[in-house]
Design a protein around this ligand. Structure first.
Ligand code: DC
Length: 241
């Protein structure tokens, strides 16, 4: 069956954009406010990268063998989200039954996830799953290609941006709040620019705004203002949901 033909059981909201735009937190808050299910599609690529790395099958991602292994695992792996109110974050991701949530956001795994997500076979293998997760009804999917590839038929599409400088500053505060070793601001900005270039420059499903997406520049906005704006647009388009 053509995965794009899986019928939607309710409204689908697509929220795309690069890292550091406040996308994740804004999506989480918007989902809570509208009582929608939040689907973090980046977590799928991250979980896959984590399993590959822990099996020693992904080191730099530069070889054909590594990329082939990623594609095979993407087809075989069982990924699922589970909600657990007793732990943080509450939205958990399980890979073959193992909760990997706490291991997928390290800098090494972020870099590997970006590499894994550039393998065309990986993207194809995860398409059906993302589509099924989004079709359950009342969902907000957060990612890079939701409005362009996964849900070109989404009911409302947003594309969030922010300057690299502001994104690096936000990331720096997050890391400082978390404690541990914190890279310099310049290092973070360089990392962000490198990851953007990789995500936007890849030949398959590059990061780009869908023509019918609403562009939201969050550079000068607070999180509350972003959520307020998104919720307002959803109601404008869909009425009371
Ligand atoms: O949103 P994130 O930072 O957790 O995503 C991790 C990586 O996965 C990032 O490098 C981009 C990639 N990704 C993607 O290619 N397509 C998506 N729909 C979501 C994430």
């Amino acid at each position: 069956m053509d995965v794009l033909k899986i019928p939607k059981q309710g409204p689908v909201i697509a929220l795309d954009g690069p890292a550091g735009t406040g996308k994740s937190t804004a999506t989480k808050r918007l989902a809570e406010r509208l009582q929608f299910v939040h689907v973090d599609t980046g977590a799928l690529y991250r979980a896959l990268a984590y399993v590959l790395r822990s099996q020693g099958r992904w080191k730099t991602g530069a070889t054909e063998d590594e990329r082939a292994a990623a594609e095979v695992l993407a087809r075989e792996i069982h990924l699922e989200f589970r909600f657990d109110a007793n732990v943080r974050p509450k939205n958990r991701i399980l890979a073959n039954g193992q909760d990997v949530t706490d291991f997928i956001r390290t800098p090494e795994n972020s870099l590997a996830a970006s590499g894994v997500s550039s393998v065309p076979g990986v993207r194809a293998a995860l398409l059906g799953l993302q589509r099924r997760l989004g079709c359950q009804g009342r969902t907000i999917l957060e990612g890079r290609d939701i409005g362009t590839v996964v849900f070109p038929d989404a009911d409302v599409k947003f594309f969030l941006t922010a300057s690299a400088e502001v994104r690096a500053r936000r990331r720096l505060s997050e890391l400082q709040a978390a404690g541990g070793v914190v890279p310099s601001f310049e290092e973070l900005q360089a990392q962000i620019e490198m990851r953007d270039a990789a995500d936007a420059g890849r030949s398959i499903a590059p990061l780009k705004q869908a023509e019918d997406a609403i562009l939201v520049d969050t550079t000068a906005l607070t999180l509350d203002q972003v959520v307020e704006f998104l919720a307002g647009k959803v109601h404008e388009r869909l009425g009371p949901v």
